[in-house]
Design a protein around this ligand. Structure first.
Ligand code: IVH
Length: 695
């Protein structure tokens, strides 16, 4: 250790910087409930200061943050002196199960136990991520509720905490003359999400996380605001008490508190020795994301209160307990750049490239940012410091920007005008937030999916052309567009790895067969956004030829039944792209053909020519199944009830559509009625259809 007076200037300076940083972060955390660094980063600053002070003890000042329990008081609340101080827990530095074993070893050393002495019994509890409070019950009645403050003096938040339904105004059973209950005020994830949904709907500011929201709500000046925040409470210990025979163990203490009607979390475990603590750590870590509230670790306490008092305290922390945190779920890092990625449907997604950061147990370097509107809403700029969150198996997210760390040269993201993969225009359809590459069949990123769609059963129906084969063909550069499929010979296919001669021949035959198709299948196979099978049929029927469809402007497209502005823009946009026209010409040149000219005869089937609207829940068909049933019988399912609707099929809890049908005098069927209709018309119209087809 260095002699007093021999403190290097750099260490003195660093300690001062650390103290002022810690003070500033304390202020943001405790007073504003808006921290700008993660807990782990805060802990790192704290550890660095503590280690400097231990290397150079003359640096230690009585007002150093390392000498207090933490926190500051907001002036708006009356001070409450904690007669029994509210202490904090020492944090185990290792965020692996080994930390549990290390704690046990330390306890055994402290207690001078022989290696063969029986294991120490601990109570392992969850470490709730909320705000510590102390509730004073006199003669069983809640008289004072206070925050921890600096551990010695807290804030009087009695009026606010009286609004928390889970905090009993009076204790149940035979309450002692005085009992101070210590515990955590928190908010469930579900209540937090609902609160933010309401905020979003009202155009208000979004809350950052449940912990800050709960802490902020406890410190509201207006208790009616606190009351709206759905706060909850878990008791985990006691402070001052009088006239109470304190139970002998932590476990029995919690049971006794529960008997007084206080909420006590049941997720706790008696552990014999370090290995069992480690098992609890791993177990809780695995279940962490499924818990209804947030925790940041577990807490181990020596179970026997007698042994606890034997161990006592070291500075301001009990020796008999430790907080064992999980690897942090949130970390800050730098947003280096934003690239775009083209998805299989052409969706262009901005992706954040981050300075690699270890969070939630893995290293994160790329995070999807969904769309550019989201980037603007969150005010993300390239060069920013951002908080990245990875909880459980959930994909990592950028949760917010640390505005204070924004460098002067931070740049806004601009969505590129052209696709980085194929150079086609990137466009956003009216009413959509997702930008899309208009390259369609030509864009390599979309090619694979487009080919699979083109070959699918309801499109060109090429049997045997599945995921694996398409991947091989595209990655090998053998097939780029659907037209290339028709130039594939047996030789090229059979030469592929894992491709037997026989299956190659089958695929070639299936491709051959698909040359002769229908206009509706062909249109569907193009994979135009929003154009499903039914729309493709409508378009084929309406325009009769592919050229007529390709030449139609949006106004002409809007004349088609059930084609609205979004669909019309999508179709016109697709055919406006020269690449797509080229792809179509190549297919025609490759011999893909269909009967053209005449408008097609009405669809076949028992329900041909009839329009249906579905509403409510049917007893034995899902919405999709009912739709498939009707369409399979040649009928059409439309979205809204009008005079053109022939039948409304109504199930349980049918709403406004049923009312509209009644008003317009549209026939209403239940499930059985629909089945009967299909059966009846199926036989009655069979002959008639036969004639029509021959004609
Ligand atoms: S016991 C003397 N048990 O963690 C021991 N604390 O620094 C007092 N916390 O601010 C704490 N869950 O608010 C204890 N099961 C638990 C806890 C818990 C969360 C908080 C507490 C305190 C911090 C420890």
């Amino acid at each position: 250790m260095a002699a007093p007076g021999a403190v290097p200037a750099a260490a003195t300076k660093r300690a001062a910087v650390l103290r002022s940083q810690i003070a500033e972060h304390d202020r943001r955390y405790y007073e504003e409930d808006a921290p700008t660094i993660s807990d782990a980063e805060y802990d790192a600053l704290f550890r660095e200061l503590r280690s400097l002070e231990s290397d150079f003890p003359s640096l230690l000042t009585p007002d150093s943050p390392t000498q207090r329990v933490g926190g500051a008081r907001a002036a708006a609340f009356a001070p409450v002196v904690h007669r029994v101080p509210m202490l904090s827990l020492r944090t185990e530095t290792q965020t692996t199960a080994a930390g549990a074993v290390a704690f046990d070893a330390r306890m055994r050393r402290e207690l001078k136990l022989a290696p063969d002495a029986p294991p120490i019994i601990y109570l392992a509890e969850l470490k709730f991520d909320g705000l510590a409070v102390s509730l004073r019950y006199e003669e069983g009645t809640l008289t004072v509720a206070a925050t921890r403050g600096d551990g010695e003096t807290g804030e009087d938040v009695t009026a606010n905490l009286r609004t928390v339904a889970e905090i009993p105004a009076s204790l149940r059973g035979r309450a002692p003359p005085l009992l101070e209950v210590r515990g955590e005020v928190y908010m469930t994830r579900a209540d937090f999400t609902r609160l933010n949904e309401r905020q979003r709907a009202a155009g208000g500011k979004l809350f950052v996380n449940p912990r800050n929201t709960a802490a902020g709500a406890v410190r509201q000046l207006d208790p009616t605001v606190t009351a709206k925040r759905q706060l909850r409470f878990f008791a985990y210990g006691i402070g001052e008490s009088d006239g109470w025979a304190t139970p002998p163990t932590q476990d029995a203490l919690l049971t006794a508190l529960a008997a007084f009607g206080l909420p006590v979390n049941g997720d706790r475990r008696l552990a014999h020795g370090g290995e069992e603590l480690a098992a609890y750590y791993e177990d809780v870590k695995a279940r962490r994301a499924d818990l209804p509230f947030e925790i940041d670790g577990v807490v181990y306490k020596v179970d026997s209160l007698e042994v606890q008092s034997e161990l006592g305290f070291r500075s301001r922390e009990p020796r008999w307990a430790v907080a064992h945190k999980f690897p942090p779920e949130e970390m800050s890092t730098r947003l280096l750049s934003i690239d775009v990625q083209v998805g299989r449907t052409g969706a262009v997604t901005p992706v954040a490239r981050l300075e690699p950061v270890f969070v939630g147990g893995t290293t994160v370097t790329n995070v999807t940012l969904h769309n550019d509107e989201e980037i603007r809403r969150r005010d993300l700029r390239i060069g920013d410091t951002v908080i990245v969150r990875r909880a459980g198996d959930v994909i990592p997210q950028v949760v917010r920007v640390v505005q204070e760390k924004r460098p002067p040269d931070a740049r806004e993201f601009v969505m590129p005008a052209h696709c980085p993969e194929c150079g086609s225009a990137i466009a956003r359809l009216p009413g959509e937030v997702i930008a899309r590459c208009t390259g369609g069949l030509v864009c390599p990123a979309q090619r694979r999916q487009a080919l699979l769609h083109f070959a699918s059963r309801r499109a060109l129906d090429i049997e045997g052309l599945g995921d694996k084969l398409v991947e091989q063909l595209v990655d090998g550069g053998i097939v780029r567009t659907p037209a290339d499929l028709y130039r594939l010979g047996l030789g090229k296919l059979a030469a592929l790895e894992r491709m037997a001669e026989k299956s190659a021949a089958n695929v070639v035959a299936a491709i051959e067969k698909s040359r002769s198709t229908t206009l509706a299948r062909f249109i569907f196979g193009l994979g135009i956004r929003h154009v499903g099978e039914a729309t493709a049929r409508d378009l084929a029927r309406h325009f009769g030829t592919l050229d007529a469809l390709m030449d139609a402007d949006e106004a002409r497209l809007l004349e088609v039944d059930d084609v609205g502005p979004v669909l019309a823009a999508s179709i016109a946009g697709f055919f406006a792209e020269p690449h797509n026209r080229e792809g179509i010409e190549q297919l025609r040149a490759a011999g893909v053909h269909w009967p053209e000219g005449a408008r097609r005869a009405p669809e076949r089937g028992a329900l041909a020519g009839l329009n249906f609207v579905l509403t409510g829940t049917l007893p034995s068909y899902s919405r999709d199944d009912a739709k498939a049933l009707i369409e399979g019988a040649g009928g059409k399912v439309i979205g809204s009830v009008s005079r053109k609707t022939d039948y409304v099929v109504a199930g349980a809890e049918a709403g406004s559509k049923l009312a509209k049908a009644t008003q317009l005098g549209v026939a209403i069927l239940d499930e059985a009625g629909l089945e009967q209709l299909i059966a009846r018309r199926g036989t009655a119209t069979g002959d008639e259809r036969g004639h029509r087809e021959q004609a």
